[in-house]
Ligand binder design. Structure first.
Ligand SMILES: *[C@@H]1O[C@H](CO)[C@@H](O)[C@H](O)[C@H]1NC(C)=O
Ligand SMILES: *[C@@H]1O[C@H](CO)[C@@H](O)[C@H](O)[C@H]1NC(C)=O
Ligand SMILES: *[C@@H]1O[C@H](CO)[C@@H](O)[C@H](O)[C@H]1NC(C)=O
Length: 294
């Protein structure tokens, strides 16, 4: 083959490569444009549509607002303190039980099951219309850690005093807002004729702050006995915090997507000591890390 013939072949090959590349780019750009223009941002948020339930108005009138607030304050005022694994304020826990029953009158009528677990914890079961859907579990706890006014509270810790639109008290965040939030939201939805397709459980522990060996453990035991399978568990959650996370301007809501556990491990490494100016190939730190990895 002549030299010019070879050059022509290379040129033709390059032309094909460049043309294919341009066509691919054009195609990808077109697909991306169509997808961007047709993206419906709201699609994931339409719970009502997904649940195929009634159109439930989210308007809470002044009277309802006052009532919700009053119930929440009442919950804060009951000192459901866990002092230790063995000692809780059982008088307060009984009082809380009465509050839950009073607040959720309708729940009692409509829920399939409400049972006490380990005397003071609660397990609710809301039946769904589609029994084949795997249920889920909402969790919260009704106990709090001790609090004393001497710790420098701006308002007494069990007063639920309102200052500048904020309610002060032990348990406002951890964890009586989820307790009351879940139950009052459910009460509200049921009043409005809500009928879930997927059944769900609500578990309220009374000794979470001291490991949950009575409440959580027995709730799990009961569910295991009944061979309950769950699609997911949603627990506690965090507050909307402002000025707490350094470097972040404005309020931030943290979404926890996993639960941490705890473990205590004691590791020791014995190696020949040396001077840091001439470290050996593997130091005690390297060896220690290797052990932790294994
Ligand atoms: C639900 O009802 C409200 C008013 O009652 C109405 O404005 C809204 O469009 C309705 N939404 C749907 C999805 O039907
Ligand atoms: C336990 O709770 C009751 C109210 O339910 C309260 O009167 C009492 O002071 C509490 N006890 C302690 C030790 O905090
Ligand atoms: C529940 O209360 C009874 C009677 O006071 C007691 O014997 C029992 O141990 C309690 N159960 C739990 C799990 O605390």
């Amino acid at each position: 083959m002549t030299e010019s013939g070879q050059k022509f072949k290379i040129f033709k090959f390059l032309k094909i490569v460049i043309c294919s590349f341009l066509i691919t780019c054009l195609l990808l750009f077109t697909i991306a444009s169509i997808r961007t223009l047709s993206l419906d941002l709201n699609v994931g948020l339409q719970l009502a549509r997904w649940e195929k339930t009634n159109n439930i108005s989210l308007v809470i009138d002044h009277h309802q607002r006052e009532e919700l607030l009053a119930h929440f304050k009442e919950a804060i005022r009951i000192p459901t303190v866990s002092f230790s694994e063995k000692e809780s304020n059982t008088t307060a826990l009984l009082e809380f039980d009465r509050l839950l029953r009073e607040v959720n009158k309708r729940l009692r009528l409509l829920l399939i099951r409400h049972e006490l677990v380990a005397n003071y914890s609660h397990l609710f079961w809301v039946q769904g219309s589609h029994p084949d859907l795997v249920p889920y579990l909402l969790l919260a706890h009704i106990d709090v850690v001790p609090a004393s006014e001497a710790d420098g509270w701006e308002a007494p810790p069990f007063s639920a005093q309102e200052i500048d639109g904020f309610i002060y008290g032990r348990g406002t965040i951890d964890d009586k807002s989820p307790v009351m939030g879940i139950l009052q939201a459910l009460e509200y939805l049921l009043k409005k004729g809500y009928a879930p397709r997927r059944g769900f459980y609500i578990g309220l522990g009374h000794d979470e702050e001291v490991s949950g060996f009575k409440g959580a453990l027995n709730i799990v035991r009961i569910m295991k006995q009944r061979s309950v399978r769950l699609s997911f568990v949603l627990d506690e959650g965090l507050a909307v915090l402002d000025g707490v996370i350094s470097g972040l301007q404005g309020p931030a809501a943290l979404i926890g997507i996993s639960e941490k556990g705890s473990a205590t491990v004691k590791l020791s490494v014995s190696m020949a000591p040396g001077h840091s100016s001439m470290p050996p190939r593997e130091t005690s730190i390297g060896s220690w890390l290797q052990q932790s990895k294994d």
